[in-house]
Design a protein around this ligand. Structure first.
Ligand code: M6R
Length: 609
């Protein structure tokens, strides 16, 4: 969601901030803005729409400054508009604020500021309340005013603040929304995420909840709620600057689809000992811990939830522990049965998803052991978990998750196999067989990506569809959900996924001449059943694209088009089966002229409930 960048140093703040904001575009936004301190005056420029609109607006203006804050806004309070865009100013124009998150008590604060302090608000946002509050408390000391304002603010937020009178510093605060500090040469930064800084700073501080940061050109200091200075170890970013660039691909999504062999390889091989046993860095679950656990919840949102569905198959099959998979926004409100015999597995690419975080806290309060599978190092979900298992996908920029998903699946297999070996529920032969299958996946993914042209051709026949159905059985059901989500989020086609055996209980009523059905038949033991389901929809006029293993060619008799995945064990097909569906969604969206990396209404990191 919203992105924050702040810069103070010898360089041109405007250019550096706008460049950083562009690297945060993936978070999703509907307007952008910047505030600069020019000779002790705050100059604010903001515009609805893409960052390019803002750039066009300020083109030719002399906005030279060495300090400033910038923002990409994803509207929550107040529609996307120029006036609701950030930064927001205090009434006297001496304080500027950018904000990511929600101020829950903004109505009450707004009333107080209006009635008691005579403030007239310009926007409909909760953020303006912060600027006005700091403005009211400001007496030539920005840090003090921010502390006083924060005491009154309830909610989840990260803010960046500058004052006209103090052109040397940016003050920032983190509470339940991401914030990092980048340490550069004669300059320092604040930002919502690492890609914004990759070009300028590789040494960062990960800011903790309820901490305040003060950065000047030469210093970055962190303070706790009681204004005591906090010492923090630096974190060195190892990604190269190209990690956040498209490197010749038309879109980040396509680049990230092609990065899956590498992501899967990294996520897997970093965890394997020479002898083939699993070394779970970041997880301290012993056999005794596992013996205590009688129930596992996997809780997540969107694509990460779909990874959880495959995780359930793997854990129940290998480790024989019952697993429930829950959508995070539902879990926390249904008084789930959780105690100290529960293992709660949170899955999240960003590690900042508010729903997942809230569910995690609910489970932790009830005594559960928390294990998280996260891509972003040092994110909130990672920090609040007892054990963290990182995916090694690298930065995922496109809103549509692809490589994070396949690496999450690898983590699920590793966790399941690790539990199985600890609990003695798997034979050595079976373990070696699955491990061998997993190790072959990077090469098989490379082989599969060679079908890209064929998938593009199929997409050319189908991109005018108005609705698409995905069907499958066993672990293909979860992959159907994921394929359907991919298609709808980037192409805006109404798509629907269902267990193939459920069709006849209602949904088959929707089949008519030309209805597009994507039938996943990758499971050997369910193959014949799937062929029958394909016949059922064909009989009602459906056009079927089948997905099967290379050796299972009988599907050609039933389906209109067939995409093959390399042969592999049924247990690991999800990692392969999802890739053609990602490519199909990509090419359909491309042919429809959609904004693939930044689909409308969506944000990469969903930091509101
Ligand atoms: O960062 P997270 O993995 O927690 O995000 C969860 C979902 O918001 C995310 O997977 C979303 O569904 C993606 N846009 C799907 O492509």
């Amino acid at each position: 969601m919203c992105g924050i960048v702040g810069y103070v140093g010898d360089g041109n703040a405007k250019d550096i901030i706008i460049d950083g904001l562009k690297k945060l575009e993936y978070r999703g936004y509907d307007s952008a803005g910047i505030a600069l301190n020019q000779k002790n005056n705050l100059v604010v420029r903001k515009k609805i729409g893409r960052i390019a609109n803002l750039e066009e607006m300020i083109q030719g203006e002399d906005l030279t400054s060495h300090i400033g804050i910038g923002h990409t806004r994803w509207a929550t309070h107040g529609a996307p508009s120029d006036v609701n865009s950030h930064p927001h100013l205090s009434q006297d124009g001496r304080i500027a604020v950018v904000h990511n998150g929600i101020i829950e008590n903004f109505v009450e604060l707004k009333k107080w500021l209006t009635e008691e302090k005579g403030i007239t608000f310009k926007s409909e946002t909760d953020t303006e309340v912060i600027a006005q509050l700091i403005g009211v408390y400001y007496e030539h000391d920005l840090v003090d005013a921010v502390y006083k304002a924060v005491e009154k603010m309830e909610g989840a937020y990260a803010i960046g603040v500058i004052a006209a009178e103090e052109p040397d510093k940016i003050v920032a605060v983190r509470r339940d929304a991401p914030l990092i500090v980048g340490l550069g040469n004669n300059c320092n930064f604040i930002a919502s995420d690492i890609p914004a800084l990759l070009k300028y700073a590789r040494t960062i501080y990960l800011i903790e909840n309820n901490e305040t940061v003060v950065i000047t050109k030469n210093e970055a200091k962190i303070y706790d709620m009681d204004r005591n200075e906090v010492k923090r170890d630096v974190f060195h970013v190892t990604w190269d600057a190209d990690a956040a660039e498209k490197e010749g691909y038309d879109h980040f999504m396509l680049k990230e689809i092609h990065e899956q062999p590498k992501g899967v390889y990294e996520t897997l091989t970093r965890r394997l000992e020479k002898g083939g046993s699993i070394k779970l860095d970041g997880i301290s679950l012993t056999k005794e811990d596992l013996d205590k656990i009688n129930k596992i919840y996997i809780v997540a949102c969107g694509t990460a939830y779909h990874a959880g569905l495959v995780g359930k198959y793997a854990i129940e099959k290998f480790a024989r522990i019952p697993v429930e998979v829950d959508v995070a926004s539902e879990f926390r409100y249904r008084d789930p049965f959780v105690d100290d015999h529960t293992l709660f597995i949170a899955v999240s690419q960003s590690g900042e998803t508010q729903d997942t975080l809230a569910a995690l806290r609910e489970a932790k309060n009830k005594g559960a052991r928390i294990l998280s599978v996260v891509n972003v190092v040092g994110s909130s979900v990672a920090r609040e978990s007892h054990d963290v298992f990182y995916t090694w996908a690298g930065p995922e920029i496109a809103v549509a998750s692809t490589k994070a998903y396949t690496t999450q699946l690898i983590c699920m297999y590793l966790i399941a196999l690790y539990m199985a070996t600890q609990k003695g529920t798997i034979t050595k032969e079976y373990y070696d067989h699955i491990m061998d299958e997993l190790k072959q996946l990077p090469d098989k993914l490379e082989e599969l990506l060679k079908s890209e042209k064929q998938i593009e051709e199929i997409a050319k026949k189908q991109y005018r569809q108005t609705s698409v159905f995905y069907i499958g059985r066993g672990s293909d059901v979860g992959i159907s959900y994921e394929g359907s989500l991919k298609l709808k989020e980037i192409s805006y086609i109404n798509s629907f996924a269902i267990a193939a055996g459920e069709l006849k209980h209602g949904t088959i009523a929707l089949m008519e001449q030309g209805t597009l059905v994507i039938a996943l038949a990758t499971q050997d033991k369910l193959y014949d059943k799937m062929l029958s389901n394909i016949q059922e929809v064909k009989a009602r006029g459906a056009y079927v694209i089948g997905l099967a293993k290379k050796s299972n060619t009988a599907i050609e008799e039933q389906a209109d088009d067939v995409i093959y995945i390399p042969d592999c064990a049924d247990e690991v097909t999800p990692v392969l089966a999802v890739v053609p569906l990602q490519l199909f969604a990509y090419y359909i969206a491309k042919l429809r002229g959609c904004d693939i990396d930044k689909p409308k209404n969506l944000a990469k990191s969903v930091t509101v409930e």
